[in-house]
Design a protein around this ligand. Structure first.
Ligand SMILES: NC(=O)c1ccc[n+]([C@@H]2O[C@H](COP(=O)([O-])OP(=O)(O)OC[C@H]3O[C@@H](n4cnc5c(N)ncnc54)[C@H](OP(=O)(O)O)[C@@H]3O)[C@@H](O)[C@H]2O)c1
Length: 247
């Protein structure tokens, strides 16, 4: 992985992915996208191999701004070999996972879809000029097992579950179109496993019986899966240990 874009570089998993790529591949160059680069971890801000660009999944103008800014960092004809979408929203001041139908809110659904699904599709569209080269491109959406329709037996978490299911459908739909336009490519969804982060923090107690990974462990797991895949992984939904998940 030499020229990499990580969306959500300020998050626990996104920042750990950036750091792990820098550590594992001395020739790598990483462009991190986040809402406020000034608030990204200092290790990323201080690295001369990292460029942080502002991007907000709730802002319609952001993808075009990313296209313009990225062109000054990596010319489109040099291309990128890896895009990881590690942004995500489970809770915020205005959003909290619903336990029952009465908690369903249009505003929370809209925000969850913007960050968890739409942002990914629009970013792939914005980065299309960087995906035209002849080497393998890996495009990974960090999804969640709770976005699996087949696996949904517990219910609840309407906005998060349905927006992750929408993200998964974007992956499958891109996995049909991209091989026609930028072969060879592997566009896949990845479940990172339960990971310590601001996103999982409110559920710490209920997660106590689960295996919870550090962001660094999760980054190592996801990169191991990504390094292992070729274009045969296009359109798959893989867990952090490389096992297949049901859509
Ligand atoms: N942690 C887990 O146990 C777990 C389990 C399954 C799946 N996941 C998935 O893993 C991914 C990373 O989550 P995490 O655990 O690392 O959570 P996190 O630390 O809370 O990171 C979330 C990231 O999403 C970004 N984000 C939120 N709203 C945004 C917006 N409007 N525009 C752009 N970026 C926005 C955050 O940016 P700011 O810094 O600007 O807020 C941050 O970079 C998510 O997709 C999550 O659904 C996590």
């Amino acid at each position: 992985m030499k020229r990499v874009v990580i969306a959500g570089a300020s998050g626990a998993i996104g920042a750990a992915l950036v750091q792990a790529i820098l550590d594992q591949d001395p020739e790598s160059r990483v462009v991190g996208l986040c809402r406020d680069p000034a608030r990204a971890p200092a290790t990323l801000r201080d690295s001369d191999r990292v460029t942080l660009l502002p991007w907000d999944a709730m802002d319609n103008d952001s993808p075009a701004a990313v296209t313009d800014a990225l062109a000054t960092v990596i010319p489109a004809n040099e291309g990128i070999d890896t895009l990881v979408y590690a942004a995500g929203l489970l809770h915020s001041d205005a959003v909290f996972p619903e336990k029952r139908l009465e908690e369903l809110s249009a505003d929370a659904m809209m925000q969850a879809f913007a960050v968890n699904a739409t942002g990914f599709g629009l970013l792939v569209r914005a980065l299309l000029p960087w995906l035209r080269h002849r080497q393998l491109k890996r495009i990974a959406a960090v999804s969640a097992k709770v976005g699996s329709i087949t696996d949904n037996r517990l219910g609840g978490w309407y906005a998060y579950r349905s927006s992750k299911a929408a993200l998964n459908m974007l992956v499958r739909t891109l996995a049909v179109e991209l091989p026609r336009r930028c072969k060879p490519v592997a566009c896949l969804a990845l479940h990172p496993g339960t990971t310590e982060s601001a996103l999982s923090e409110p559920f710490r107690q209920s997660l106590a019986q689960l295996k919870v990974h550090s962001p660094e462990q999760t980054a190592d797991h996801l990169l191991a899966v990504l390094r292992d895949v070729g274009s045969e992984a296009n359109g798959r939904f893989l867990s952090w240990d490389g096992s297949e998940l049901p859509w």
